[in-house]
Design a protein around this ligand. Structure first.
Ligand SMILES: NC(=O)c1ccc[n+]([C@@H]2O[C@H](COP(=O)([O-])OP(=O)(O)OC[C@H]3O[C@@H](n4cnc5c(N)ncnc54)[C@H](O)[C@@H]3O)[C@@H](O)[C@H]2O)c1
Length: 369
């Protein structure tokens, strides 16, 4: 690896790659040096748009000595294959969520990366945003006392109204739990630590969905996954959380994310965003108090996770959006589905450390003081 900069190779130049490329260009010492896509015209278009030196086939990108870190922004069914190929080529890899679809693939990815001395990182990185980092500092500072319980609600009617190619959301690896659950679960685990056991109920409410967005408006999507999932999670630290994720709800006033402590309550921002609002209400207070969100990464900062990983690689420190955290979240999601199918609690065998908080006093574009 060149001492002064970390070279990133992007695989998967679709919808979400644009914001990553826009944001990654703002970090010193991080450079996207090549891009690839199964549809080569997409790679060429992104290379032209962002001045990336090379748009190449995937094998060429993986063999490129200028690439230290592969950024895997393919669709969920391709996550494992691309990530395992990157690791086999001796590269560290950061991927979009979920880490992989199958648990076995996620475990294998972490094991093979460990054996080769490369790293694995995974989205979401929203927990590094200004809003959730403010919440983390409040929680760790004792603002609500000992955490007792949490609620998390992702209630919507699915992405087929706006995403240009939404079929993957209804295939294995998609659905509200595997698609949106990682934001909520990663936020909760980053605050409360690992989960000990889960139970839940899931259903697939409608056998097919109709695309409302162009260019495929009117096409039908068969539904292969549960589209309403309700879960109860016991954290190793004792907190009990309720999580409901749904693509079957037309309207709701449920809060996105709340933490309840022995001394008060915290209202957290939507964990699929980077900013606020953050509100607190202590025991006995009449109303909620808005907490100013003054940290960096309040705008759409997708890419802060791989930037932190690239800088961590160079500095030799742990990265925050880690493969262990993402694997634990994947394990919990599978366990929720197993609990629903079997009608019991499922013990969680994986674990992870809480990622280190970002230090206070950082400016936009900084990750270390
Ligand atoms: N769309 C969003 O708002 C959003 C937000 C956050 C995260 N994500 C996640 O980002 C990932 C990508 O989503 P998207 O919306 O950009 O999808 P997309 O379909 O727009 O883009 C994915 C790209 O990956 C390419 N690809 C697929 N398999 C490949 C392979 N084996 N090798 C090389 N290229 C391959 C496709 O050709 C496509 O260009 C998903 O995991 C999704 O969950 C999406």
């Amino acid at each position: 690896m060149a001492a002064e900069r970390v070279g990133i190779g992007l695989v998967g130049c679709g919808f979400i790659s644009e914001i990553y490329l826009k944001n990654l260009a703002t970090y010193d010492g991080v450079e996207v040096v090549a891009c690839a896509d199964a549809m080569p015209e997409r790679a060429r278009a992104r290379a032209e748009q962002f001045g990336i030196a090379k748009a190449v086939p995937v094998p060429e990108l993986l063999a490129d000595p200028a690439v230290d870190l592969v950024l895997n922004l393919t669709i969920p069914v391709a996550h494992a294959e691309v990530a395992l190929a990157a690791v086999a080529a001796g590269k560290s890899v950061y991927g979009e969520k979920p880490l992989t679809i199958a648990r076995e693939d996620g475990r294998r990815l972490l094991d093979e990366a460990g054996a080769r001395g490369v790293r694995v990182g995974s989205a979401p990185d929203t927990f590094l945003g200004a809003g959730l980092q403010t919440c983390r500092a409040l929680l760790d500072g004792g603002a609500i006392g000992e955490p007792v319980a949490a609620t998390a609600f992702m209630l919507g009617h699915g992405p087929e109204g706006w995403h240009p190619d939404p079929a993957f959301y209804y295939q294995v690896g998609g659905g509200p739990l595997f698609d949106m659950g990682p934001y909520y679960l990663t936020a909760l685990v980053s605050m409360l630590g690992p989960v000990r056991r889960v139970t839940g109920s899931a259903r697939a409410s409608f056998p097919e969905r109709t695309i409302g967005s162009q260019p495929k408006a009117g096409e039908k999507i068969p539904v292969e996954v549960a589209t309403h999932v309700a879960a109860v999670l016991d954290f190793a630290g004792g907190t009990v959380a309720t999580l409901v994720t749904s693509f079957d709800v037309w309207a709701s006033e449920a809060p996105k994310l709340e933490l309840y402590g022995a001394a008060g309550s915290m209202s957290l921002p939507d964990p699929n965003t980077f900013g606020g609002p953050v509100r607190l209400r202590s025991a006995g207070e009449e109303g909620w108090t808005d907490v100013p969100v003054t940290r960096p990464y309040a705008a759409n900062s997708r890419g802060v996770g791989p930037a932190d990983m690239a800088i961590a690689l160079r500095a030799g420190r742990p990265h925050r959006a880690s493969g262990e955290l993402a694997f634990h979240v994947l394990d919990v999601m599978h366990a929720i589905e197993e609990a629903s199918a079997s009608g019991r609690h499922v013990e969680i065998t994986s674990t992870c450390e809480r990622p280190a908080p970002l230090p206070a006093g950082l400016a936009e574009g900084e990750l270390d003081r």
